[in-house]
Design a protein. Sequence first.
Length: 519
Amino acid sequence: MQNGHAAEKACVEAPTPPTAITAIDAVDYDGQLDRKLTKLKQLFQEFETPELEVFTSPPTHYRMRSEFAVEQRDGPLHFVMFERPPAEAAEAAGPEAGQEVGLGQEAGPEAGAALEQEAGLEQEQEAGEGEEEPERVAGQQAEAQADASTSAAAAAGAPAAAAAVAAAADGKQGKGKKGKKGKKGGGKPKGPQRVRVDTFPVATKQVNELMAVVREEADKTPELRQRLFQVNFHTTLAGDAMVTLLYHRKLGPEWQEAAERLRDALAATPTAAAAGVRPHVIGRSRKQKICLDADFVLERLTVDGRPFVQKQVEGSFSQPNGRVCQHMLTWAQDVTRPAAAAAAVAEEAGKEGAAVATAGGPEDDLLELYCGNGNFTIPLAANFRRVVATEVSKSSVEAARYNMEANGVTNVFLARMASEEFAVTMRERGTRRRLEGLEGWEALRLRTILVDPPRAGLDAFTVELLKEFDRIVYISCNPDTLHANLKAIAPSHRIARFAAFDQFPYTHHLECGVYLVRR
Ligand SMILES: C[S@@+](CC[C@H](N)C(=O)[O-])C[C@H]1O[C@@H](n2cnc3c(N)ncnc32)[C@H](O)[C@@H]1O
């Protein structure tokens, strides 16, 4: 199933020695994926796994969103990224990583979130934040953390912020300053290097079109350029796009006028013009956010031939590789399809001593934890009688509600709740204010669970909850934490389907999907 297109030539002028971004032109897509798959199979060899299903990415222009620091001295403005020197990237990524290309700053599943965290500035309070129930303990902490990492409110930050993303790509909560400390220590890693990026083959063609216009317009418009330190681009397969400009100064009406003119120029770029959209422009500085019209884009995803609309909010989580995301959704929809569930159950029943999973299809309710903007919830809802979905980030929950309505999905109960809290409540068959309106536990037929946690994987409460389900769909962007969680689940459940989705080509990251049924 792997495709092997030659990677397109990157046009990157790097003031530093060749780094990961330039290496993409030499890289062989199939080779990098094969190495990751080999590692994955080795890691999971202790489990009895079926044949791995592999879903490839386009070899270039696959990433829907990208963030760049801005370098401006006396001459023209440039976009820059911060990259680990190849040797450091290799060290951080493990023994075989020298063969991998470490597109550190764009790579990690939560790269954008890490960048915002690293910005380390005050988070704007989301409205309604004070209405917490007193009994929420573990949940509250997780909720605060998730909002901190996904809220676009962490606007103003140090230009070194992007350095943290390289660390995040290696699964570390790195801070830019640590790199400096390392330098002083002598013999320690130099830390990420600054690389000028004029075009970025990792990002969509539309991001590249928008980058050129932002640079050109900012160069000739002091109002746009003054103290601009970062630009974030968010595009969609549908052609809708959003550009966020981050400043170290207060923004006023003059900025707004200049930004409107920038919008006109962005609307004239080929992809936006073909789609008939006027990209959204957002200006941010400390405690300030100016939206010219909206702070979201509307994506259109096709899942098993069916189109879905998806609101993706600035700064909130959305899957970075739109085409691979469509594969993930189609796969998840397939494994939870009533017939597929029934087949897996029947196969299991043929095994001596195996318990039969009893339900499926319209008799089955789905519990989904970490539902984000409803990415999986909406296409999967048709496979179930009812879906109970939870997510901790307020902006994602709001987007999920919008997405349910926009797609005519009416069988989902959605609660803003941390998974830890939901796990404890469900195991106790307890109640919470945020679960008001949910039919009683005894009326629900929750036999299938889908989880898509952040890189850290599942907490102990949630792992215990998973074991109560006949069928488990585990989507993971971190094979290591997936592996650790599966060790606890494998005694009671076997892996019926196993998939790898190459969301993050040329990095050591790999998205996985595992479908388990009770033994
Ligand atoms: C990898 S994303 C997946 C989101 C969604 N399933 C999708 O496909 O877009 C993980 C999600 O978990 C949420 N999250 C993080 N920690 C959480 C927690 N403790 N409880 C519930 N949700 C959490 C994040 O806000 C984020 O939306």
